[in-house]
Ligand binder design. Sequence first.
Ligand SMILES: [Zn+2]
Length: 217
Amino acid sequence: MFIGHFAVGFAAKRLAPRASLGVLMAAPLFADLLWPIFLIAGIETVRIDPGNTVVTPLDLHDFPWSHSLVTSLAWSAVFAAAFWAATRYARGAFVLAVGVFSHFALDFVTHRQDMPLYPGSPTSVGLGLWNFRSATMAVEIALFVIGVAIYARTTRALNRRGAFALWALVVLLSIFYVTNMFGPPPPSVDFIKYLGITGWLFPVWAWWIDRNRVTRG
Ligand SMILES: [Zn+2]
């Protein structure tokens, strides 16, 4: 899944308004933020394989550290504990724990059976929504619209930047999503690695949005 993960970050603001959107966004994206690092380090691998599912041209056969069930639970605990240690905001830590784990849950729905239970696990799971392009888009776009709407109603812009930064991100993600759904497969694995690393800019952008907005009421 792609923009569905962002939806979780946006919606989380309602549940943990004192946490920055930056960290709320980093949580559901966390597995995909780790993934390019692990690819570059050679800990995980990926193969370009057009037709692997209808939606993705990637053979995601080897990403057990970023994307397995057990490591997802571990990242969730580590992420929440680090936030709690830094802020003592227990509610925020709980929401972040759920946010990090939501990545596995959403990917479980979308991926074919390529999500391992743990590193080295012979069993991989996935419901395969990615075999259906329209259904994938319907689910993901609905999640995204709801998530953005929740964030936009939970906060209001303090200044012009607060409105611009939010809507610019929404437009950019929409363009990326359409490109991702209908564009050509990536030209190389290196391209995937280094494009993936730029994903770290999204939580920074989200933090910038949140700095220029305030919780309503
Ligand atoms: Zn993922």
